[in-house]
Design a protein around this ligand. Structure first.
Ligand code: ADP
Ligand code: ZN
Ligand code: ZN
Length: 806
C-alpha cells in the first residue's frame, strides 16, 4: 500500500489553499516528509508543478489519485511546525497558503535554478553515477524525468554522501568546497614510513611529523598546511601518493563572519534592574510559559546583556533561541556581540548575506547544527526545533511588518510560535509600540522596566533649538548657530559627533521661486528627488531620471532653487562651515555595497572621522564611547506625514538617536532643531519620558478611534484606468459594508496620498473596528473577488494592521 500525501501546489489562488492528495511511488515514499518539496501533475493537462507536502494521509481516499512525480530534495526545507504555521498565517493575512510557504524559505531555492549532481569521488565513481543517470541528468537534473528506481537510488546516494545536489543559477548558490587532508600516519606505520625517507629529505620528515600530530578524524585544510605550516605543494602531493594522507573535497559552509576576528566574551554581572528582567524571563523559560514579556529599558540600559544571558539559559535547558533585530540594526556590531558569546552555534539571516550564504545558514539550522538564530524579519520563520525563547529587540520597529503579501507582523508570528513551543517571547524596547505597551495595561503581557543606564550614567541632556528663531543666524538653512557652536566645541576636544538628517517622508525637490512650479515625475504624481552623485533628478517610485533643470520649465525663470535637503547637500554645507572636520556620510547610497555599513562604522570607531552624518539608519544600535554630541538637523519632517503613527515614530526616532550620546564616561548632549518646539512628541522626547508620551498618545488615539483601541484593515485598489480603480473600490465597499455593524468606521474609498504611482491609480479603504465577527468573512470575500479582478488588470490587496498609510 503506497503512502498518500496532501500537497499544497505552487499556484497562488484560493482554490489551492486546500491541499490535493497524491500518491507516492513505493520507491520514493520514504524520502517524502512533511515539508518536502515535490513535483506533482496539476490540472487537466497534468502540468508538472512544484508543491509542498503538508501532511500524510492515512485514511482511505476514494477515486483515482495522481502520482507524485518526484521529490525535489531528500532534506525538507521546512518542518511540521512551520507547515502548520503557514495555515494560520494565510488566514491571518488574507493571503494564499503557498505564498506563505514560499515566504518562509530562503530565496535561492525558490527561483528556477539549474541543479546538478556533484560526485564525491572518494565514495563513488563517476561511471557508476553516469550509468544510473546519464550525462544530461548529471549536469542538469530534472528529477521529474527520472524513473522512481533512479530517484530512489539517487536519494540513497545523497544520504550516504556519495553525491549531492547543487544549485547553479549563480556561483554564490553553490556549496563551497575546499581541499581537506586526512592524515593516515599512525603509531604503527610511523616507524616504517620514516625509515623509507632519505635522511636528507628534510621537508618530508617535517611533513610526516606534522601529519602524525593531527587528529586523523578531524583532518586539516590544505590551505592551512600550505600557508601556516609552510609545507610545499609538491611535498604534500607526494605524501598523498605515498599513502601518508588522503585528500578529499569537503563542503565548507560559507561563513558570513570570515575574516572578522572573533573575540569571545563572557557574561557581565547583571545590575539589580537587569537581574529583575532576567529573573522574569528565566522563570518563564523554566515554567514553559508563553505569555509575552515586555522589557521597557532606556537606551543603554543593557537589554542586550539580558537577552544574551536569557539565550544562555535556554541553551542550557537544551533548547534553541531566536533573536530578531531590525534589519537596520543588524549591524556587525550586534552580530559580533552574539557571536562572541555563542560562537559557531549561531546562524545569521539577513539581507546583507549573499543567497549562497543564506542557503548555507538555512541548512545549518534545519540540520540542527545551530542553537541560536539572529536575523531580521523573515528569520522569524527559521526552522529551529525545540524553541526555548524568542526575543524581539526594538520591538516597536516598523520593519517587522512585511509590506507585501503575506503582510505578516513578525511579532504576531513570534507570539504564535512561542505559544506552540511553550516558550517565552521577550519584547524589548526603549520606546515600545503602543500596541505592546497597552497590552501590559490589559494584563496580556508581563512587564519589567529598566530605568537606569547600565553604566549608571544619566541619560544625555536634550536641548531644543527653535528654528523659527534661529533662521538666518546660522550659515544656511540646516545649521543654526547653536548647532555649529556645539559641533565646534566637540572637535576642539577631539570628541565625536553624530548628526542625523531625518529623511522620513522627505525629498529634496526643486521649486521655482518665481512661479512656484515643482518638478514632478511625468509617470507618478510625486516630486523628483535630486541626486548629486549622478547629477540627475530621480523618481523614487518608478525610477524615472532626468537632468537637473537650470531654468523653470513653466516660466523660464532661472530662480529655481532646491528645497529640502539630502545628506550629500548637508555634507557639502558642513565642509563649507567647518572645513577641517572629517565627515563620514552614511545613507542608502553609501551603504549599498556589501560590507560598506561595517567599514564606515569601523572607520568612525577608529576616529578616522569626527562626524558621522547619516539618515535614520544611524539612530539605532551604535555604541561609540567618544560620541558626546548628537545633533538632529530636522526633527519635524515625520510629523507632517498623513500617518496615524507620525507622532509615535517621531518620538521613537528622537529617543533612539539621543541614546547614541554619552554612552561611556563622557557626558552626552543632544541638540534637536525643530520648527515645532511645542509639539508634544518633541517636548516629551526632550524629557525622554516614554510613559508620559504613552499616556498622552493613548488619549489621542482613543479620541481618534485609532489603534490600539481599534483594529485597522486597509484595502488598496489600483488600476491603470482610474474609473476602473474607483469602480472596483466601491464594489469592495459594498461587500464589506453590509457585513459590519455601525460601530465600525469605514473611511474611503479615497485616493492615496500619492495616488498615481507607476502609471497606476490607487484608491484605499480603511476600516477601523473593535469587534466585528462578520468582517473576517467579508475580507475573505474581497480576496476571492480580487482573484477575478486580477485577470482584468485590477490589483486589490488587503493589509491587516497596516503600518504605513502612504
Ligand atoms: P541597550 O541594548 O539597552 O541599549 P546595551 O545592551 O547596548 O544597551 O548596553 C549598553 C552598554 O552597557 C554596553 O556597552 C554594555 O556592554 C554595557 N553593559 C550592559 N550590562 C552591563 C552590566 N551589567 N555591567 C556593566 N556594563 C554593562
Ligand atoms: Zn515616477
Ligand atoms: Zn517658474
Amino acid at each position: 500500500m503506497s503512502k498518500k500525501f496532501n500537497v499544497i501546489v505552487n499556484v497562488p489562488a484560493l482554490q489551492t489553499n486546500t491541499p490535493f492528495t497524491y500518491i507516492a511511488d513505493d520507491a520514493v515514499e520514504d524520502d517524502i516528509k512533511i515539508g518536502s518539496r515535490v513535483i506533482v501533475p496539476f490540472g487537466k493537462a497534468e502540468r508538472p508543478i512544484q508543491g509542498f507536502v503538508v501532511e500524510e494521509v492515512t485514511q482511505k481516499v476514494t477515486g483515482d489519485l495522481k502520482k507524485i512525480i518526484s521529490v525535489l530534495e531528500p532534506e525538507p526545507l521546512l518542518n511540521e511546525e512551520l507547515i502548520s504555521l503557514s495555515n494560520w498565517l494565510a488566514d491571518k493575512t488574507y493571503s494564499y497558503r503557498v505564498s506563505c510557504l514560499n515566504a518562509m524559505i530562503p530565496n535561492l531555492v525558490k527561483v528556477n535554478t539549474r541543479r546538478f549532481v556533484k560526485i564525491n569521488s572518494e565514495k563513488i565513481t563517476q561511471t557508476q553515477v553516469l550509468e544510473l543517470l546519464g550525462e544530461q541528468q548529471v549536469t542538469d537534473l530534472k528529477v521529474s524525468d527520472l524513473t522512481f528506481a533512479q530517484q530512489r537510488q539517487l536519494n540513497h546516494w545523497i544520504k550516504e554522501n556519495k553525491v549531492s545536489l547543487e544549485y547553479a543559477t549563480e556561483n554564490s548558490a553553490r556549496k563551497k568546497m575546499i581541499n581537506w587532508i586526512w592524515p593516515l600516519i599512525t603509531d604503527e606505520n610511523y616507524g616504517v614510513e620514516v625509515d623509507k625517507i632519505r635522511k636528507n629529505a628534510t621537508k618530508q620528515l617535517e611533513l610526516i611529523e606534522i601529519l602524525k600530530n593531527i587528529d586523523p578524524d578531524e583532518g586539516i585544510s590544505q590551505t592551512t598546511l600550505l600557508n601556516e605550516y609552510h609545507v610545499g605543494r609538491s611535498t604534500l602531493n607526494s605524501a598523498v601518493k605515498n599513502g601518508w594522507a588522503k585528500r578529499s573535497e569537503i563542503e565548507r559552509y560559507r561563513d558570513p563572519f570570515e575574516g572578522s576576528d572573533l573575540k569571545s566574551d563572557t557574561s557581565l554581572q547583571l545590575n539589580e534592574e537587569q537581574q529583575q528582567a532576567y529573573d522574569l524571563v528565566v522563570r518563564a523559560i523554566e515554567q514553559h510559559q508563553s505569555k509575552p514579556i515586555l522589557i521597557e529599558g532606556v537606551t543603554g540600559s543593557g537589554k542586550t546583556e539580558v537577552y544574551l544571558q536569557s539565550i544562555s539559559k535556554a541553551i542550557g535547558e537544551g533548547k534553541s533561541a531566536l533573536l530578531l533585530v531590525p534589519e537596520i540594526s543588524l549591524t556587525p556590531l550586534m552580530v559580533k556581540r552574539v557571536r562572541a558569546r555563542f560562537g559557531r552555534q549561531v546562524a545569521v539571516l539577513h539581507s546583507g548575506l549573499s543567497d549562497g550564504e543564506k542557503f548555507d545558514e538555512w541548512r545549518r539550522i534545519i540540520r540542527n547544527e545551530v542553537k541560536v538564530v539572529v536575523g531580521a524579519r523573515s528569520a522569524v520563520f527559521a526552522p529551529l526545533q525545540n524553541l526555548g525563547i524568542i526575543i524581539i529587540d526594538e520591538e516597536h520597529s516598523e520593519t517587522y511588518k512585511q509590506t507585501d503579501a503575506p503582510r505578516y507582523h513578525a511579532r504576531d508570528v513570534a507570539i504564535y510560535r512561542a505559544k506552540n513551543a511553550n516558550c517565552p517571547v521577550v519584547l524589548g524596547s526603549a520606546t515600545p509600540s503602543l500596541e505592546s505597551r497597552s497590552r501590559v495595561e490589559r494584563g496580556r503581557y508581563d512587564f519589567v522596566q529598566i530605568k537606569r543606564r547600565a553604566n549608571q550614567k544619566d541619560l544625555p541632556e536634550i536641548k531644543i533649538v527653535d528654528m523659527r528663531e534661529h533662521l538666518g543666524d546660522g550659515f544656511n538653512e540646516n545649521f543654526s548657530a547653536p548647532m555649529v557652536e556645539e559641533i565646534q566645541k566637540r572637535l576642539l576636544k577631539k570628541e565625536q559627533v553624530v548628526l542625523m538628517l531625518n529623511r522620513r517622508g522627505f525629498s529634496s525637490f526643486v521649486m521655482c521661486r518665481s512661479c512656484g512650479f515643482v518638478l514632478k515625475c511625468p509617470n507618478c504624481d510625486v516630486s523628483l528627488t535630486m541626486h548629486m552623485d549622478t547629477h540627475s533628478m530621480r523618481c523614487h517610485y518608478c525610477g524615472h531620471e532626468e537632468p537637473i533643470p537650470k531654468s523653470c520649465r513653466n516660466c523660464g525663470s532661472t530662480k529655481i532653487r532646491f528645497f529640502g535637503t539630502g545628506t550629500e547637500k548637508v555634507e557639502q554645507q558642513l565642509a563649507e562651515i567647518i572645513p577641517e572636520a572629517r565627515v563620514i556620510r552614511m545613507d542608502v547610497d553609501t551603504t549599498r555595497r556589501k560590507g560598506a555599513h561595517e567599514r564606515l562604522l569601523a572607520k568612525f570607531g577608529n576616529h578616522d572621522a569626527d562626524i558621522l552624518l547619516g539618515t535614520q539608519m544611524i539612530a539605532k544600535g551604535l555604541d561609540f564611547p567618544d560620541v558626546t554630541l548628537v545633533g538632529v538637523l530636522n526633527a519635524d519632517t515625520a510629523l507632517e506625514l498623513p500617518d496615524l503613527r507620525a507622532s509615535e515614530r517621531t518620538f521613537q526616532l528622537l529617543t533612539q538617536v539621543a541614546g547614541r550620546a554619552g554612552r561611556a564616561d563622557k557626558k552626552g548632549e543632544v541638540l534637536i532643531q525643530t520648527f515645532n518646539p511645542d509639539h508634544y512628541a518633541i517636548k516629551l522626547a526632550q524629557k525622554q519620558d516614554y510613559e508620559d508620551f504613552f499616556r498622552k498618545e493613548m488619549y489621542l488615539r482613543h479620541l481618534g478611534k485609532y489603534p490600539p483601541y481599534y483594529f485597522t484593515a486597509l484595502i488598496s485598489i489600483s488600476d491603470r484606468d482610474e474609473k476602473e480603480a474607483l469602480k472596483s473600490a466601491y464594489e469592495m465597499l459594498n461587500i464589506i459594508q453590509p457585513k459590519v455593524s455601525s460601530n465600525a468606521v469605514i473611511l474611503g474609498p479615497t485616493a492615496k496620498s500619492i495616488s498615481k504611482i507607476k502609471q497606476k491609480y490607487y484608491y484605499q479603504i480603511l476600516i477601523k473596528y473593535q469587534k466585528e465577527p462578520g468582517l473576517h468573512n467579508a475580507l475573505l470575500e474581497v480576496l476571492e473577488r480580487s482573484q477575478e479582478k486580477f485577470r482584468h488588470g485590477t490589483r486589490i490587496s488587503i493589509d491587516p494592521e497596516p503600518q504605513n498609510f502612504l
